[in-house]
Design a protein around this ligand. Structure first.
Ligand code: ME8
Length: 505
């Protein structure tokens, strides 16, 4: 049986959810929904990263205890998932007891196997990135990401990362698809080749985190704690559990390109050192900007995802985010771009196709799916294009090509609109000739069958809108399996209503 374990990053609780968080979570949701409809066994994980200096500082700034603060903010992220119709199976919080236990177990495993030693750290640290930087990486007193850095000197435990250069390179050579897109893979490989230094993995200057089991004066570096969430959720340290055995080998970590190094260098090294398999695949997507500029609080151009959803509608936003840019590349948000996308793809293409076909049947063919007569070449061609989606879309989803998934469906939608224009079913309406009526019924049947395919495949992208279309078509079987059986004639249609109103700029 096909199995997929799809994860998003767990988000820092240092502020409210923003467009970037919504983006990765929707991408994960689209994949999870697709694989469920394909009959796969799926686990979709998201959640919150609640420890470390950055979150502790945010709590202090808010005048709250870290626990009260993270409880309050975790709710906002959980709510975000509800507002974007995410279908996560697990929402994990790193403050949960099971997670503390898993992180401690991983530490102990690494320590017992001799991968951890005690020393002291001296160097630069950026709280905003929760990352250490080399002297050579500092640009004009800042981290390469632009984050402010501070000088740190403290007793610390180290993970022997330097020992994992060769095993990591070997692993990535043997598993060319382990990191995607390819450019990110190359980036990781050249980073590893440039030499890995041992990694400081504990702190003593603050206490908001998971205590080091053998030395509770230390708290774990937030990244070793956070990355462990992916296996906490599968029952680690019980690696004999069904969940761990089934899902870990099929893991897909969706992340933004900002956190590639943590996922593709540190995480696989920790796992290999603990005797576990590295993640099966890491997909690092690109970065959203707004009107060509980096979104930042000081520029005042941070796109609030909830305002966006209120203004344009949830499914419109979900579709826009998946369709607008190739998954893996950077993209730019603008009101113009989303408006154009809604008007062309949703109102003109999909909305118009469904509306013109279903209202015609509703008004003129007793509101029932007509019986087809003899299929002509053009009918077969149209049906073949819809049937071909099955393999094309599966290939897209195997490669996380979310934009390609949209494009392939929309090619069929546009083709169906051309087919309506060319076949002109309405031209037969008044004819007394039974042959003409039979032709009209055949054309309409073909169209409903194409719309059924489209709506079933659109479900992962726009669950609510797809469900409305399938309701109007009277279809209760909605998995990809259902498409193996031809559309049944005679099913009653319900009164069609417009789906995607046009937007003014
Ligand atoms: O990094 N465009 O959490 P975080 C696209 N806690 N995606 C964006 C984005 C943007 N402008 N801004 C944010 C952390 N993202 C850690 C992760 S995982 C074990 C720990 C998305 O709250 C993108 O997925 O800073 C990015 O990787 C993530 O939010 C960073 O979220």
């Amino acid at each position: 049986m096909t199995t997929r374990y799809i994860t998003t990053p767990i988000y820092y609780l240092n502020g409210e959810p923003h467009l970037g968080h919504v983006y990765t979570t929707i991408a994960g949701d689209v994949l999870a929904r697709y694989w469920r409809l394909a009959g796969a066994q799926v686990k979709f994980l998201t959640g919150t990263d609640e420890h470390g200096q950055k979150v502790a500082q945010a709590a202090a700034l808010a005048g709250e205890s870290p626990q009260a603060y993270t409880d309050r903010l975790a709710k906002l992220f959980f709510e975000m998932c509800r507002k974007i119709n995410a279908s996560e199976d697990i929402f994990i919080r790193t403050t949960e007891k099971r997670h503390h236990e898993a992180a401690k177990a991983l530490w102990t495993k690494l320590e017992d196997a001799g991968h951890i030693y005690k020393s002291s750290y001296k160097g630069w640290y950026a709280v905003r990135d929760e990352a250490y930087y080399e002297e050579s990486e500092i640009v004009e007193g800042k981290a390469p990401t632009g984050a402010p850095v501070e000088w740190m000197e403290e007793a610390s435990y180290f993970f022997k990362l330097s020992a994992w250069e060769r095993p990591l390179l070997d692993y990535y050579e043997a598993n060319p698809d382990a990191i995607a897109p390819i450019g990110r893979r190359n980036e990781v490989i050249s980073f590893i080749k440039s030499g890995l230094r041992d990694l400081s993995i504990s702190r003593t200057k603050f206490s908001w985190g998971v205590a080091v089991p053998s030395d509770p004066e230390h708290v774990m570096y937030v990244w070793i704690d956070a990355l462990t969430n992916y296996i906490t959720a599968l029952g680690y340290p019980n690696i004999k559990s069904e969940d761990f055995k089934i899902f870990w080998p099929e893991s897909i970590h969706l992340i933004g390109k900002d956190i590639l190094r943590f996922h593709a260098v540190y995480w696989p090294a920790f796992l290999m050192a603990a005797g576990l398999e590295p993640p099966h695949r890491i997909f690092a997507h690109g970065w959203w900007t707004c009107d060509g500029k980096k979104m930042s609080k000081s520029l005042g151009n941070v796109v609030n995802p909830f305002e966006l959803i209120n203004a344009y509608g949830l499914d419109q936003v979900r579709y826009f985010l998946m369709r607008e840019i190739p998954f893996g590349q950077d993209g730019d948000y603008s009101d113009t771009a989303i408006t154009q996308r809604i008007n062309s793809d949703l109102a003109n293409d999909l909305g118009n196709l469904v509306q013109r076909v279903l209202s015609f049947i509703y008004k003129n063919v007793e509101a029932k799916i007509p019986e087809p007569e003899e299929l002509l070449g053009e009918d077969r061609e149209m049906l073949a294009k819809a049937a071909a989606l099955h393999d094309l879309l599966r290939e897209d989803m195997e490669g996380q090509a979310l934009q390609g998934y949209c494009q392939h469906i929309w090619e069929v939608i546009r083709e169906a609109n051309r087919y309506v224009d060319a076949q002109k079913p309405w031209s037969f309406k008044k004819s007394e000739n039974p042959k003409d009526l039979a032709r009209m019924n055949t054309i309409l049947y073909v169209l409903v069958e194409v719309i059924r395919h489209v709506a079933i495949y659109v479900q992962p992208l726009m669950p609510a809108s797809a469900s409305k279309i399938l309701d109007q078509l009277g279809q209760s079987e909605r998995t990809f399996e259902a498409l193996k059986t031809p559309l049944k004639s005679g099913t009653s249609l319900s009164e069609p209503h417009g789906l995607f109103p046009r937007r003014e700029l």
